[in-house]
Design a protein around this ligand. Structure first.
Ligand code: NAD
Ligand code: TYD
Length: 350
């Protein structure tokens, strides 16, 4: 029996990771720690919330005393750390929140793990989930490898880069058994509709403008979220301690090309005349410090751990659009704030 702490499990990627661990490892005890910020939603986990090997704890990783106490009481064997403030635009309007959660919150978890494991680190593991945005921005050529120097530009990527450095420092200085992965942009079900893909699907449904930043020429490398969760499972179980693994889809799109695919598919699915959704495209001022291009070289994880994406983008985006159309109520709850009532009720029941 292993007791695993997953932080940020009520968020987009975290909910997919919790689901995968709860379903794949019935002999593990999975504890999901989440503050339930605007981005955390327990409805993302309604299909597994009653499983015997799953438990939810509401709490803030910034609260050092709470975290210390939780680790002492629970004696976790492993940590999969996803909790974070994750949206670049919000980091531009409120950078400090990103320092608290992403940097201080991560250091609080590292301290607590170090405190309970001491020198008994056999079979223990602290896995930090990070982003390719720490590497900065590429020009037209090249890809990020695990050896690319850090060069973050946004307050979000600066906070994630800082947390990655702390994780490595705790491995080097204190021998904490850590591993890190840096992943490209994820897409799929349960993503908060502030990020490009769910925002645009939602706006098309509601005939609202589609705000394209700058010239729409920025490039992102999109990976289906379930494939990211599969990679996290593989790295947590087979990744080498002290190492970093890049995760990506080998799937680059300029924003405008991707937006046109979404518009075309939405017209088909909603039975609208071809070209209707594209008329909603609105060119807006560019994001400050907007990184031009991200592209991940995911050769290391493929060669060393045997992971590669399971789904082609054409299929993944189709599934994703269908999911948001079928789960209209989820989107409406999120956008109206109704989901906060759901978790308040769920939380009272525990
Ligand atoms: P998200 O914003 O959807 O979810 C974040 C979760 O963390 C939420 O449930 C939120 O309630 C929780 N949280 C926030 N602050 C907290 C705090 N102080 N204490 C406890 N819980 C807190 O984010 P996501 O897109 O699922 O990203 C998850 C992780 O993956 C992040 O670390 C992010 O940096 C990383 N990542 C994301 C992407 C992507 O494309 N979304 C790509 C690569 C890496
Ligand atoms: P986003 O989903 O916010 O992810 P990230 O900034 O972490 O890559 O944005 C993806 C791309 O889409 C990015 O280049 C910014 C752009 N974008 C828009 O053009 N309009 C929007 O409304 C949003 C949210 C993003």
């Amino acid at each position: 029996m292993k007791k695993i702490l997953i932080t940020g499990g009520a968020g987009f990627i975290g909910s997919h990771v919790v689901r995968l661990f709860v379903n794949n490892y019935p002999n593990y005890e999975i504890v999901n720690l989440d503050k339930l910020t605007y981005a955390g939603n327990l409805a993302n986990l309604s299909d597994i919330e009653n499983k015997a090997n799953y438990r939810f704890v509401k709490g803030d990783i910034v609260d050092a005393a709470f975290i210390q106490n939780l680790f002492e009481t629970e004696q976790f064997d492993g940590v999969v750390h996803l909790a974070a403030e994750s949206h670049v635009d919000r980091s531009i309007s409120n950078p400090t929140e990103f320092v608290f959660t992403n940097v201080i919150g991560t250091v609080n978890l590292l301290n607590a793990a170090r405190h309970i494991w001491k020198d008994n680190t056999e079979d223990k593991r602290f896995y930090h989930i990070s982003t390719d945005e720490v590497y900065g921005s590429l020009g037209a050529e090249g890809m990020f490898t695990e050896k690319t120097s850090y060069d973050p530009h946004s307050p979000y990527s600066a906070s994630k880069a800082s947390s990655d450095h702390f994780v490595r420092a705790y491995n080097d200085t204190f021998g904490l058994p850590t591993v890190i992965s840096n992943c490209s942009n994820n897409y799929g079900s349960f993503q908060f509709p502030e990020k490009l893909i769910p925002l645009f699907i939602n706006n098309i449904r509601n005939n609202k403008p589609l705000p394209v930043y700058g010239k729409g020429e920025n490039v992102r490398d999109w990976l289906w979220v379930v494939d990211h969760a599969r990679a996290i499972d593989v790295i947590f179980h087979k990744g080498k301690l002290g190492e970093t693994y890049n995760i990506g889809g080998f799937n680059e799109w300029t924003n405008i090309d991707l937006i046109k695919v979404i518009c075309r598919k939405m017209d088909e699915k909603l039975g609208r005349k071809a070209g209707t959704s594209e008329q909603l495209i609105t060119w807006v001022k560019d994001r400050a410090g907007h990184d031009l291009r991200y592209a991940i070289d995911a050769t290391k994880i493929k060669n060393e751990l045997g992971w590669e994406p399971s789904l082609q983008f054409e299929e993944g985006i189709e599934l994703t659009i269908d999911w948001y159309i079928e789960n209209n109520e989820w989107l409406e709850n999120i956008t109206s704030g109704e989901y906060e009532k759901y978790y308040e009720e769920q939380y009272q029941k525990r």
